[in-house]
Design a protein around this ligand. Structure first.
Ligand code: GLU
Length: 296
């Protein structure tokens, strides 16, 4: 099965249903946060600049069902997309004034440092190494790394299976935390670890039998399982913690605090965003907004 294509086809039918339910208004957001009318911010802040510009550039994923997925008509949908829209709305920026930029895992710090995007909302784990280059708002969700295999695979039961069976191959994405964290379980990294730029490429490789497993965050994998029509399953427990943050320019504490306050003030929209997106996937649970970390 081609996971890019199947994701798009599934999305098309959802869009058609939504359009019917909303009388043709497929523009409606899941979260329904009103766009602030001429909000005022302290001069010189990122918020003031963005509010005045009336537009914002946001990096996200385009191939991850439930979090950031491009539909056939070029729209984006997913929990990350909705979180980004909530923040934009509080800046007085409507969703049609958001410029989206596809940001695969490996380029996220770079696009923030280069000023190509104003923020990244892209299943982006907060960690110390990344925090040396950028500032994280959040966390807004807590994921954990897990393993996905073909539904008829009884050999792989967790990460230790790769230590015990050096012939098994596992796929992940360049520049991701799961790609790093799986290495300690590999008997032979050079042969066992297969890296692509995007997880949909890993899902295709699993489908083709080129690899035996895919590893990344549980919620990302659940999205592929739900698209797979019974072809894939998750095995074992989550074996890491992956708190998702919103990446912004290093040291922009005021913007970071604004983002945290915005999420805290919109908990209802946060839950609605989840339920309309990742919450539709079997096996997911509605989260509570975590306590924010200090902005540094
Ligand atoms: N949350 C992990 C990370 O930030 C994996 C998901 C991803 O690659 O986007 O690296």
């Amino acid at each position: 099965m081609n996971f890019r294509r199947s994701a798009l086809v599934a999305t098309l039918s959802v869009v058609a249903l939504t359009a019917a339910a909303c009388g043709g208004d497929s523009e409606e957001t899941a979260t329904d946060v009103p766009v602030a009318d001429a909000p005022e911010f302290e001069e010189g802040t990122t918020m003031a600049e963005l509010a005045e510009a009336g537009s914002i550039t946001i990096g996200t994923k385009y191939d991850q069902p439930g979090f950031g997925l491009e539909t056939l008509d070029g729209e984006l949908e997913g929990f990350d997309v909705e979180i980004a829209k909530i923040i934009a709305a509080e800046l007085g920026i409507a969703e049609e004034d958001i410029q989206w930029e596809q940001t695969p895992s490996a380029v996220r710090e770079e696009v923030i440092e280069d000023g190509e995007v104003d923020m990244v909302v892209a299943t982006y784990t907060i960690n110390d190494e990344r925090a040396e280059r950028i500032t994280f708002a959040g966390p807004y969700y807590e994921a954990g790394q897990q393993i996905m295999v073909a539904a008829d695979n009884d050999e792989i039961t967790g990460p230790e299976s790769f230590t015990e069976n050096p012939e098994l191959k596992v796929c992940s994405v360049t520049g991701s935390t799961p790609a790093e964290q799986i290495k300690q379980y590999l008997a032979n990294e050079a042969d066992q670890l297969v890296l692509f730029d995007e997880y949909s490429q890993c899902a295709d490789s699993l489908s083709n039998g080129q690899v035996d497993a895919v590893t990344t965050d549980n919620v990302i994998l659940l999205g592929f399982v739900s698209e797979s029509d019974g072809e894939f399953k998750l095995v074992g427990e989550q074996f890491t913690e992956e708190p998702y943050g919103i990446g912004i320019e290093k040291g922009d504490v005021a913007f970071c605090e604004f983002i945290n306050e915005t999420l805290a003030a919109n908990e209802e929209a946060y839950v609605a965003a989840w339920e309309a997106t990742a919450g539709q996937i079997e096996g997911t649970q509605t989260p509570e907004l975590p306590e924010p970390a200090e902005c540094v």
